[in-house]
Design a protein around this ligand. Structure first.
Ligand code: SF4
Ligand code: SF4
Length: 425
């Protein structure tokens, strides 16, 4: 990565040595996992570029936006409505939390048996290695699982700009009212942060921008129904990961370009893997950058991933916000309606998720489901059992995996995944 960025990183307060080490690991991982793939669509070169500049050019762009008075908002969850951030003339970025960092320091503040995602969010802060976190004018946490909820109390002592959003856990009218009240409060917080009043016009435009980005991802997902599959699950996951921090209009354009190419590939029956390669639906916890371990294991074990039932995937992107509203009230209602459908495992009961997994199996013609939970993640671990039962009742093969961000279990996971894939052929 360009040495010219050193002073920018230094100004952001990063630990340059630790940050260099992180970039080296990231670069090597990317090389070994993504660039080592065969038959990639040419359009993926855009994502290769984005990844090579993930801490460089994109951060420089954010710094330029900040110089022009625009605020940056960091988020850990798909419940933070990008529409309201954009409408207040701010930029939303995902805070990835996909790798272990300074774990000894983290475990002084959090119990050892905390999920890797939460630990990682602390590691990136304590290790001073995340330019997104450091450039954010506001960091939005949310009361979802108990781990996150309590961890934010401690994170609040490490950062000065944490905003905590309360979220419902029951899909009831009261739950929806809570979400509405929280989104109203968030709208006010955005206006206060930016000094910009959200108008019906700016909100409408923001809804259209975010919907366009989601529609591009929907188009990409639909192309994965083809046999042979025109894009690997790893590359599709990467597009879903970049969704969280790229400029929305540029992202939409780039994904649509890839889709044009994929349509041609489908016509020519050109796949990344041979026709009839076993097809896997991956379901479970979000997979933040650079958590590519399991998808890489699956796609080097004779299978292809055809969909992600995940917040970094279809759970996060699947519904559009209704664009027909004209008044602020109508549009706020549409936003609440859209996000209230997100079927995170923190909801109880959560039948929509079970139905959606089965639906995805059918839509993407998956031969089996791999359910992935992070160790110590109660909501997804608990829910993996009813998911397995529901799928087995429909004779859909399921493999339940519980793992973390370390590489220690790669051999063991590979053996299990290979045996599962074998059973699908
Ligand atoms: S899994 Fe739940 S808590 Fe996590 S990002 Fe998704 S909606 Fe948010
Ligand atoms: S829902 Fe699970 S993976 Fe997400 S933060 Fe909570 S414990 Fe971690």
């Amino acid at each position: 990565m360009n040495n010219n960025y050193q002073s920018m990183w230094k100004n952001l307060g990063l630990d340059l040595n630790a940050h260099d080490a992180l970039l080296q690991v990231l670069g090597k991982g990317y090389q070994d996992i993504f660039l080592a793939q065969n038959n990639r669509p040419e359009g993926m070169s855009y994502f290769d570029f984005v990844m090579s500049e993930v801490h460089g050019l994109r951060i420089k762009e954010l710094m330029d936006e900040k110089d022009q008075g625009r605020k940056i908002v960091g988020s850990y969850c798909v419940f933070v409505p990008e529409e309201l951030v954009l409408a207040a003339n701010a930029t939303l970025v995902g805070l990835c939390s996909g790798a272990d960092f300074v774990m000894e320091e983290v475990e002084k503040l959090l119990p050892r048996n905390t999920c890797a995602l939460i630990k990682s969010s602390f590691g990136f802060k304590l290790g001073k290695v995340c330019p997104y976190l450091e450039s954010a004018d506001m960091i939005v946490g949310e009361n979802t699982c108990d781990g996150k909820k309590k961890a934010y109390e401690t994170l609040n002592t490490l950062v000065k700009n944490l905003y905590v959003m309360d979220l419902p856990q029951v899909k009831s009218e009261q739950g929806k009212s809570l979400l509405k009240a929280e989104y109203d409060r968030f709208k006010n917080a955005m206006e206060k942060l930016t000094g910009v009043s959200i108008t019906a016009e700016s909100l409408k435009q923001a809804i259209q921008i975010v919907n366009a980005k989601r529609s591009a991802i929907h188009r990409l997902s639909a192309l994965r129904k083809a046999n042979p599959v025109p894009i690997s699950g790893l590359d599709a996951l990467l597009a879903n990961q970049v969704f969280f921090y790229d400029n929305p209009a540029r992202f939409t354009e780039s994904v649509n370009k890839i889709c044009d190419e994929l349509e041609k590939r489908i016509e020519e029956k050109q796949g990344v893997f041979p026709e009839n390669t076993p097809r896997i639906l991956l379901s479970g916890c979000p997979m933040a950058v650079p958590n590519w371990k399991l998808p890489w294991i699956i796609e080097t074990s004779g299978a292809v991933i055809v969909g992600e039932e995940s917040c970094v995937g279809e759970r996060g992107t699947r519904n559009l916000t209704d664009e027909s509203g004209q008044t602020m009230d109508e549009m706020m209602k549409s936003i609440v309606n859209r996000y209230f459908k997100v079927d995170c495992a923190i909801f109880s009961p959560n039948p929509d998720r079970l139905n959606h997994i089965s639906e995805m199996v059918e839509t993407y013609k998956a031969d089996g489901v791999i359910h992935y939970s992070l160790q110590f993640c109660q909501p997804y671990l608990m829910e993996s059992i009813p998911v397995e039962t529901a799928l087995e009742n429909k004779n859909i093969p399921v493999l339940r995996i519980e793992t973390d961000y370390s590489m220690e279990d790669v051999g063991q996971l590979k053996t299990r995944v290979e045996a599962f894939v074998e059973q699908l052929t």
